[in-house]
Design a protein around this ligand. Structure first.
Ligand code: ZN
Length: 193
């Protein structure tokens, strides 16, 4: 499949906190399904849903499916809009559109970074959430090829956020609770994932 979705693909509804699927452990995607028209169509829908939201990541449980599948993308245009200072402070880099099937994550780094973080399934809110500064992920891509990512900074945060979704975890579990706020009260946007 091409990673650029066909036109006419409709975004799926993003389920919100309280929906039980967000608290389930997602099941592995059967490797036999990789490359099938059903899975390719689902991946396309996830990409369209993430972009329309807009968000920098989306995990299958967020559209109601307890599957170990996520998409991530942090576009250069989003970084340009956010501004140099925002980007530099967060060690944020453009992330190409990437499909993660059955990802296994390993975090490292002594540094814990704390920034406002949001989630498309906790829509309209954000909170300061500590994350490890580095994350390694081994996963399969949409073609069934093994990919190994070793990302730091904001990209590592995105990977941790999406892999948490596949374990039934949300950022609100580890956030600094006193910073939890509606995004309209925050200066500068908190990106949702
Ligand atoms: Zn999320």
């Amino acid at each position: 499949m091409s990673l650029q979705p066909k036109s006419g693909v409709e975004p799926r509804e993003i389920v919100q906190v309280g929906h039980p699927v967000l608290r389930e452990r997602a099941l592995p995607v059967d490797a036999k399904l990789i490359g099938s028209s059903e899975l390719d169509a689902l991946i396309e829908e996830m990409i369209v849903t993430m972009r329309e939201a807009p968000g920098v990541g989306l995990a299958a449980p967020q559209i109601g499916l307890p599957l170990q599948l996520a998409v991530v993308e942090d576009r250069q245009s989003t970084l340009d809009e956010a501004g140099e200072e925002h980007v530099a402070e967060r060690e944020r880099q453009a992330v190409p559109l990437t499909v993660l099937i059955n990802p296994v994550i390993e975090t490292s780094g002594k540094t814990i970074k704390s920034f406002y973080e949001g989630c498309l399934s906790v829509s309209g809110f954000a909170a300061v959430t500590p994350r490890k500064s580095n994350a390694k992920v081994v996963a399969l891509n949409e073609k069934g090829q093994e990919i190994r990512l070793n990302w730091s900074g904001w990209s590592a945060r995105i990977l941790q956020h999406e892999c948490d979704h596949l374990q039934g975890k949300l950022y609100i579990d580890t956030m600094d609770t006193r910073t939890f706020a509606m995004v309209e009260y925050l200066s500068g946007s908190a990106d949702e994932e």
